[in-house]
Design a protein around this ligand. Structure first.
Ligand SMILES: Cc1ncc(COP(=O)(O)O)c(C=O)c1O
Length: 397
């Protein structure tokens, strides 16, 4: 049968990362291409114990349908946690539990985006959310992201060129794919521009708690005086991605429509894991858990960056991320990383070419993303050595 695929999906390409992920599972390939958190950070014993307790004490509650907005106790726990750790207040804001940060992008799009609407995005940016926006027929316009956040001049030019733009997409901490963090100064400028040009902001912060150096920077959401910022975070990197749980903070004025959007998507998020998250956050030492996860990532990042400094051609540039799971390296301007990455895979190391994260995939992209959270120390050393030799061959040829 010839299927008549809907316009909304016809032009959305499958994720290059997911394809590479298949290769990364080949035991002979060193996988710098994935984005999985380190399994070392999963609190397995506590999760198993809490799950057993929950089934013993509350079997019906965790197996029955739940509330669309989320398990009330976890919502309250997260509100207190975000007030304390990020300074987000809940006088005018509401928090819902969602099925991963990715679902926040889906619910925001379902609620606010009409076909043809403009979304201004950092470029490069997380392909999963870009594809979600694309699947709702949004037209994406990229603004280059620098080590301290979006290029503000280009952002203003873009806002002038697209006065009808509806939403800006910002990954404020340890951005995927670059590892860059938007500075406090730029967060303020971005918010002021959003006010000036009357655009909403979707602030995506799944990595914020995984800071292993530098100073905490308050989210753009803390500047939000008029309810234009929707903030999202995730339990994927701090508990376990298979929980498929995240949270979304937004002005109370959007509550009713977002509840409807959630009901249209999946009714509610996984109840058992919401119970487990709440028990873990209220009864275990969550701060100590985060601190030990940050230490795992700090060590791995230090190792990878140190090896890159030693082994990469000096004309290949990269920044030191202060947290998160990724670093992006850049071949000299004008070079395309796609073939470089393919050759890397042939030699046994998988990373992701920058083209996976851009708006217009027909243009060359010099960056390639490396993940340090899942490879072993030995793989990091060996993989960077292989790529380092390749940078010399590639640049000197
Ligand atoms: C920037 C960004 N946003 C959202 C997500 C989605 O995360 P989740 O597992 O919570 O759906 C990811 C996952 O890698 C991400 O990197």
């Amino acid at each position: 049968m010839e299927y008549q695929i809907a316009n909304r999906l016809r032009h959305v390409q499958g994720s290059i990362i997911r394809e590479l992920f298949k290769l990364a599972n080949d035991p002979d390939i060193i996988g710098f291409g994935g984005g999985n958190p380190s399994p070392e950070t999963f609190p397995v014993d506590d999760i198993a114990r809490i799950a057993a307790e929950v089934f013993a004490c509350n079997p019906v509650s965790v197996l029955q349908y739940g509330l669309s907005e989320g398990y009330p106790a976890l919502r309250e726990t997260m509100k207190k946690h975000l007030l304390k750790t990020e300074g987000i207040s809940f006088e005018d804001n509401e928090l819902y539990i969602v099925s991963g940060g990715q679902q926040s992008a889906d619910l925001v799009s379902k609620t606010l985006i009409n076909e043809g609407d403009i979304i201004i995005t950092e470029e490069p940016a997380f392909v999963g959310c870009l594809n979600t926006f694309r699947s709702y027929g949004a037209k994406l316009v990229g603004v280059p992201v620098k080590p301290d956040g979006m290029d503000i001049e280009k952002l203003e030019e873009t806002l002038k060129s697209y006065p009808q733009a509806k939403l800006m997409y910002i990954i404020s901490c340890f951005q995927n794919p670059t590892g860059f963090t938007t500075s406090a100064e730029k967060r303020k400028q971005i918010y002021e521009l959003a006010q000036k040009y009357d655009v909403m902001i979707f602030e995506d912060n799944p990595y914020g708690e995984i800071r292993f150096s530098g100073e905490h920077v308050p989210p753009i959401k803390t500047l939000d005086a008029d309810g234009r910022v929707i903030y999202t975070g995730s339990f994927s990197k701090v508990m376990a991605p298979a929980f498929r749980l995240g949270f979304m903070v937004f002005n109370k004025g959007l509550s009713e429509r977002l509840t409807v959007a959630k009901q249209c998507a999946d009714t509610h998020s996984n109840v058992l894991f919401q119970y487990i998250c709440n028990e873990y956050m209220t009864k275990c030492d969550y701060a100590a858990h985060i601190a030990s996860a940050c230490e795992v990532y700090r060590k791995k990042a230090d190792l990878m960056l140190g090896e890159m400094e030693k082994k990469f051609h000096p004309d290949v540039t990269f920044n030191r991320p202060e947290g998160g799971l990724f670093v992006m390296a850049f071949l000299p301007e004008g070079m395309d990383s796609f073939e470089f990455v393919q050759e890397g895979i042939r030699r046994g190391v998988a990373c992701v070419p920058g083209v996976a994260f851009v708006v217009d995939q027909s243009k060359p992209s010099s960056g390639f993303r490396l993940n340090y959270s899942t490879p072993s120390d030995e793989q990091i050393v060996r993989g960077v050595d292989i790529l380092g030799k390749l940078t010399y061959e590639w640049l000197d040829k």
